[in-house]
Design a protein around this ligand. Structure first.
Ligand SMILES: O=P(O)(O)OC[C@H]1O[C@H](OP(=O)(O)OP(=O)(O)O)[C@H](O)[C@@H]1O
Length: 161
């Protein structure tokens, strides 16, 4: 399957996280936020600032490593969030939905919000900002760096030389 890329800039991410916070305003007041590390940390920080929320818990789910292929494992429990009642879960992306399923099982009473969702996992969310096609790889700002790109005139041998 061919892969397309969608580059998300810091500005775009900030706008989308603010849009998420605005959409979450009707859920206020809340007890706290659970950020799904690591991708949910920055969206959760932005949303927490907008929502005036200072209690931030985390959950870390490892869905793949060489010894544990395919078996998702919680390596950090969201202890402060109990069964999730009164908490918002925030992640950057729901792709296959494997992570979201594990997080929801752990926090069945929490509300699950993310910035971007792909078709395979979107039903596991309560709220997302933008749908992304399944074959698109989202490049987050922390995964990328600006690179020099040669001008067109230098990138191919000119035919008028
Ligand atoms: O729906 P899924 O197929 O489970 O994919 C979504 C998860 O993948 C990414 O995390 P990743 O496992 O890459 O870890 P990271 O955020 O620590 O980089 C993302 O932040 C989600 O938590």
């Amino acid at each position: 399957m061919a892969v397309n890329y969608a580059t998300v800039t810091w500005d775009q991410l900030h706008r989308d996280a603010r849009a998420l916070a605005e959409a979450l305003m009707p859920k206020m007041p809340i007890k706290g936020i659970v950020a799904v590390t690591r991708g949910g940390l920055i969206p959760a920080a932005i949303a927490a600032r907008e929502l005036g929320c200072r209690l931030i818990e985390t959950i870390s789910v490892v869905t793949y490593d060489e010894e544990n292929m395919g078996k998702p494992q919680i390596i950090k429990e969201p202890v402060a969030a109990g069964d999730g009642e009164g908490f918002l879960i925030i992640d950057d992306l729901v792709d296959s939905g494997v992570t979201a399923r594990v997080v929801r099982e752990k926090l069945p009473k929490a509300f699950f919000a993310c910035l971007y969702a792909k078709p395979a996992g979107k039903e596991l969310t309560d709220l997302f900002i933008t749908e992304v096609p399944q074959d698109t790889w989202v490049l987050f700002p922390w995964d990328t760096a600006p690179l020099f790109v040669p001008p067109l005139a230098k990138s191919k041998k000119s035919t008028v030389d």
